[in-house]
Design a protein around this ligand. Structure first.
Ligand code: TRP
Ligand code: SF4
Length: 328
């Protein structure tokens, strides 16, 4: 049977943290085995909010792709490319813009939320309103049938489906399948301070940092705030660090630590040292790989150029069908 086609992108945010890894990247690495996958750097999407300060985007993209490959995304198994190198994304975006009612974009909850929350930048632009149109173009340009996304992206994907349906209907064609979500159930990872792990909060553990940096961060990580003295009993359910123990420790270790915390036979310092050991051991081979990759300066550029060429081949074919359907 023919493999289902998957398309997904990440905006270039630079070095990824472990929340990105367990939230998105790990899933990508898994599904590249079973699906026909296209993964891309959504650098044009970054412009929807960063249009006035673009100097970091290119380097951020490079750092991000090094993480992708070091942690297991394999250019021999999937197509890795850069949105801005495949001009057909813009071409299809233009044409889809013609058929997308503004009301669909204005009622998009992510749009409303960001307009309300981001005050430092003027987001009253055409491009920002059109974010989901460009995303629809990204996806249907490759006729993807599955899109791995988190819950936050579902409204966008719904707009993609509506746009695909409307195109097929208006031009009496079957060019575009309606893509479905490949939902990734991932617990929100908490950062060092107990808030959601996020680069902008400065509470992240980065994939690319050294074992020593990670150790120092975990040493200062919040635990159960009710546990003030070493002799106080603790509760792992209330402990910020323990959300990482759950990911990195084998079950037998967890079964030891939970009662030891509750009866205060283990202190937080030692308990977090155990976490640090497991976390660093798990990331060590990938970190070493990353070191090696980042010494090869041309590698990521070459890889993206090659992937973008492959993507453009398919994009070109789709655009022929699109132009034939529109008859312009
Ligand atoms: N909007 C996505 C995000 O912020 C990034 C993205 C852009 C994307 N185009 C896409 C995801 C196409 C999946 C498919 O995470
Ligand atoms: Fe958290 Fe471990 Fe301290 Fe318990 S002993 S509060 S699980 S760090």
């Amino acid at each position: 049977m023919k493999k289902q086609r998957v398309v997904s992108g990440m905006r270039p945010t630079g070095r990824l943290h472990i929340g990105h890894y367990h939230g998105v990247l790990e899933n990508w690495i898994k599904i590249q085995e079973d699906y026909d996958c296209f993964f891309f750097v959504a650098d044009w999407h970054s412009l929807t909010t960063e249009y006035a300060e673009t100097s970091g985007i290119k380097d951020s993209a490079r750092e991000m792709v090094i993480d992708w490959v070091a942690f297991g995304l394999d250019p021999a198994k999937c197509v890795i490319f850069e949105q801005s190198q495949v001009a057909q994304h813009a071409e299809l975006n233009l044409l889809l813009g013609m058929i997308t009612p503004v009301s669909w974009l204005e009622r998009n909850p992510t749009y409303k939320e960001m307009l309300d929350n981001i005050e430092q930048r003027d987001l009253s632009t055409f491009g920002f309103l059109g974010y989901p149109v460009l995303m629809a173009a990204d996806i249907i340009l490759y006729k993807a049938t599955r899109v791995p996304v988190g819950h936050d992206q579902l409204p966008h994907l719904e707009i993609t489906r509506e746009i695909a349906r409307r195109f097929n209907h208006l031009y009496n064609t079957q060019v575009f399948p309606e893509p479905e979500a490949l939902l990734t159930e991932t617990p929100k990872l908490l950062g060092l301070d107990g808030r959601k792990m996020s680069k902008s909060y400065g509470n992240s553990i980065f994939l690319s940092e050294t074992a020593e940096e990670t150790a120092a961060k975990i040493k200062g990580m919040m635990t159960d705030t009710q546990r003030i003295r070493r002799a106080d009993p603790g509760d792992p359910e209330q402990c910020v660090a323990f959300n990482l123990h759950r990911i990195y420790l084998p079950q037998e270790k967890l079964d030891e630590i939970i009662p030891a915390c509750k009866n205060a036979s283990i202190g937080c310092v030692d308990c977090k040292k155990i976490l640090t050991g497991h976390l660093n051991d798990r990331l060590a081979p990938f970190r070493a790989k990353r070191e090696e990759l980042s010494r090869q300066t041309e590698l990521v550029d070459d890889l993206l150029a090659e992937g973008s060429k492959k993507a453009a081949l398919i994009a070109t074919e789709t655009m022929k069908e699109v132009r034939a359907a529109i008859r312009v």
